[in-house]
Design a protein around this ligand. Structure first.
Ligand code: LLP
Length: 412
């Protein structure tokens, strides 16, 4: 959905230099078609196997994006009351919402129960007890899955690997049967599923399949013991291509692999993809402010910073950076840095870059997931706007913040 026509970089049929000129920079831009194509790649590949694709809201929680997915029939994976609020505001169906996370508060659980969500992915026995008590008060009965920790190495960045026994997530798979057994005491809970999520940005899906096989075997044992297990929730995690020429796993092939393994069991499948739906569907537009050289180093100073996109600083993540208008100048080896007062504020380091001059626009690619959502007001920088492109039209789905927004709720 992002490509050059002549020398101009387009999102669908919109020339991004024109859009940047009108909306200003920095700005996030998403392709509605790309988001829907990625969502449908999951939904279609499941075919007649009962399934729900619960988009992981944390990857990009803008109302405009959520509403697009809600209309397409998506479910949602939430990790906070705030995410539930957004999903409901965007028109999402609470009956297709699963609530994940290791630290759900009493208020959040209560809000989710009152909203009639589908189920909870529980991470401790204390959490089960809390949900049961609050559900009993409402006279409700709610489904739950234990999020098991399958002790499988996701082979990804250590900060986003979650499925090893040393991590805070889930309940050790070896202890899970005993926990399901003890959960029989809870009259307002029904053990309807088993869930797991082993990490994010996984480029080789074999650990995901290894985790699936473990969870499938557990579900079979639980059913033999009389637990009414109906679904498996396999979490998210499928990676995307951040480097030019890199190959990301194919969504349909991955789902086909899940399908063939689960089909015999009669279980329904849920997945919680975030990055693979929105990541490649977004770019961050920025403008060159200055060029400077310090000793041997060349710097391209742009108007987007680590407060807008923290992934390079936080995870040393790579994002391709391309010009919105190709120049005939030869490329230059440079750091692309923002205005924030930290050496850690960079978007690229020692990289062959388009020889962009002050006033030129650049696009930081594959920024649709964990981009805007992780942005902040550090250095009192108003947060960037978000724009949704559909065909040859676009609209601002979140306005650029203004200085007044920076001090909202504060007092002297
Ligand atoms: N389900 C659960 C329970 C999760 O914790 C996550 C992501 C997902 C689903 C979605 O995973 P995905 O399909 O997006 O890989 N900020 C980091 C990524 C953190 C991921 C946290 N959990 C980054 O920018 O790389």
């Amino acid at each position: 959905m992002f490509s050059y026509s002549q020398n101009d970089f387009y999102c669908e049929h919109v020339a991004l230099a024109d859009l940047a000129h009108q909306v200003g920079t920095p700005a996030y831009v998403y392709s509605a078609t790309a988001i829907l194509d990625n969502y449908r790649a999951y939904a279609t590949a499941f075919g007649d196997l009962p399934h729900t694709v619960c988009y992981a809201v944390k990857a990009n929680s803008s109302l405009g994006v959520l509403s697009l997915l809600a209309k397409a029939g998506a479910g949602f994976d939430i990790v906070s009351g705030g995410e539930l609020f957004r999903v409901l505001r965007a028109g999402g169906d609470p009956g297709k919402v699963v609530f994940s996370g290791v630290g759900k508060t009493r208020d959040e659980v209560d809000y989710a129960l009152r909203s009639g969500i589908h189920s909870f992915n529980c991470e401790s026995e204390a959490e089960l007890a809390l949900i049961d008590a609050l559900a009993a008060r409402l006279g409700a009965k709610v489904g739950f899955s234990i999020r098991v920790n399958p002790d499988v190495d996701a082979v990804t960045h250590p900060y986003i690997s979650t499925g090893l026994s040393q991590h805070k997530f889930g309940i050790a798979i070896a202890d899970a049967e005993a926990v399901y057994q003890r959960s029989r005491q809870y009259r307002s809970l029904a053990a309807e599923g088993v869930s797991c999520h082993i990490g994010s940005q996984i480029l080789d899906p074999s650990p995901l399949i290894e985790a699936l096989d473990k969870v499938l075997a557990l579900a079979a044992r639980l059913r033999e013991q009389g637990h009414p297990i109906r679904h498996l929730d396999l979490g998210g995690g499928l990676g995307v291509a951040y480097h030019e020429g890199e190959k990301a796993p194919d969504i349909a092939a991955y789902v086909e692999c899940l399908r063939s393994r689960v089909r015999e069991s009669g279980l329904a499948v849920m997945v919680e993809p975030g990055r693979s739906i929105v990541g490649p569907a977004g770019v961050l537009l920025t403008r060159v402010l200055y060029r400077k050289r310090n000793g041997a180093k060349e710097f391209i100073v742009v108007d987007a910073a680590m407060n807008d996109l923290i992934r390079p600083s936080l995870y040393r993540a790579h994002h391709e950076i391309v010009p919105l208008r190709r120049t005939p100048l030869p490329p230059v080896k440079a750091d692309v840095v923002g205005p924030v007062c930290e050496t850690g504020d960079f978007l690229a380091r020692d990289r062959e870059m388009p020889n962009a001059m002050p006033g030129d626009y650049l696009a930081v690619r594959t920024a649709g997931a964990y981009g805007f959502v992780l942005s902040s007001n550090y250095n009192s920088r108003p947060r960037a706007p978000e724009v949704l492109v559909e065909g040859d039209t676009w609209r601002v789905i979140r306005e650029r913040e203004v200085y007044e927004d920076l001090i909202r709720g504060e007092s002297l």
